[in-house]
Design a protein around this ligand. Structure first.
Ligand code: ADP
Ligand code: MG
Length: 349
């Protein structure tokens, strides 16, 4: 076969393979877009684990009528315009890929109204066939994105979808993680019309009420608080005590500059601290917020942005490990502690 350019729809579907693994990845991309748009209230309506529908409504800055089509195109973003922007990224998105990818594997309707636009407009596109129809609609300031029939045109990917229950659990996890990173935004999560989670908006920078509603009051009451700074690095953390050691990693949340991730280096540093202070080899519970100069961290490692690369990785690792060690060291030993299932008891299901 001679070399030829792939048609845009196929290129988008290939890119979607990396960004859109399952309904929860759509939720992550959409919610991140809302947060980047300054939304203070984000409502998610999921039908049948996201197999049937994922609908998000926000009160963010909205998208102007003449930019609706562009927002759905690949490599179209309002967040960066140069390499130097990329090197010090503050927004959650920057690849200009999510909406193009998602729309290439679903039936997507985008409705939006910026504050200064009298009327809302709606764009519909199906499987990235950009015969986008734009028509007037009714909508308050903000955006609604409706993603129906995910993977309807990519049967191979559709086959990998798990049960509706499992997919919804992944969505819940995703929402918890993002809710922990943005305590000032309010979140509502509904499944098949029923409200499953409701996180009221709080004061920006005050994480405790949000952590309490995600991990339970018991967690926050018993957690060891840590706040430490060194050479441009800052860690704020709530560390589970010995009564909160678990066999699974489901109560481990780490964030770098407001972005949730499961970064190996961070996890390793924390676990090493628990092991060296308390001899713990199972999974501690923790919520850790790390702040690093954006120029010292590369988030453009993977399309899903779940990993980062630190320029001074050794320093970051040792800083986290030392700070956590010191915090744990200041805690009384297990014999002096109470209930053994504090996390489960307090967690809101
Ligand atoms: P990226 O987030 O990497 O820029 P996306 O494909 O996710 O790429 O989104 C493309 C563009 O569409 C964004 O840069 C933004 O300008 C706009 N956009 C997407 N979602 C929203 C939203 N909820 N509110 C306002 N603008 C949005
Ligand atoms: Mg985005």
């Amino acid at each position: 076969m001679p070399i030829h350019l792939l048609p845009p729809q196929l290129a988008n579907q290939i890119a979607a393979g990396e960004v859109v693994e399952r309904p929860a990845s759509v939720v992550k991309e959409l919610v991140e877009n809302s947060l980047d748009a300054g939304a203070t209230r984000i409502e998610l309506d999921i039908e049948r684990g996201g197999h049937k529908r994922i609908r998000l409504k926000d009160d963010g800055c909205g998208i102007a009528k003449d930019e609706l089509e562009l927002a759905l195109s690949r490599h179209a973003t309002s967040k960066i315009s140069s390499l130097s922007d990329l090197e010090q990224i503050l927004s959650l998105g920057f690849r200009g890929e999510a909406l193009a990818s998602i729309s290439s594997v679903s039936r997507l309707t985008l409705t939006s109204r910026p504050e200064n636009q009298q009327q809302a407009w709606q764009a519909y596109c199906e499987g990235s066939q950009m015969a986008v129809r734009v028509q007037p609609a009714a909508h308050p300031k903000g955006t609604t994105i409706d993603v129906a029939d995910l993977f309807y045109n990519t049967p191979a990917r559709r086959k990998f979808l798990r049960t509706e229950k499992t997919e919804f659990q992944h969505i819940e996890e995703t929402v918890k993680r993002i809710a922990l990173s943005h305590p000032s935004a309010a979140f509502v999560l509904r499944h098949n019309g029923k409200t499953v989670k409701r996180y009221p908006g709080g004061e920006s920078g005050n994480h405790e009420p949000r952590i309490a509603s995600v991990l339970g009051k018991k967690f926050i009451q018993n957690a060891i608080y840590l706040d430490s700074e060194y050479d441009g690095l800052q860690i704020t953390a709530w560390l589970g005590n010995q009564a909160m050691i678990r066999s699974s990693t489901d109560h481990q949340f780490s964030f770098v500059n407001g972005r949730g991730m499961r970064d190996k280096l961070i996890l390793h540093a924390i676990r090493q601290a628990y092991e060296s202070v308390w001899g713990v080899v199972e999974q501690p519970a923790f919520v850790v917020y790390l702040k690093v100069d954006p120029r010292d961290v590369d988030v453009n490692v993977h399309p899903a942005k779940n990993e980062v690369r630190f320029q001074r990785s050794r320093l970051v690792h040792d800083f986290i490990c030392k700070a956590v060690c010191e915090a744990l060291d200041s805690e009384p030993q297990q014999a002096e502690l109470g209930s053994s299932s504090a996390v489960e008891a307090g967690s809101q299901k």
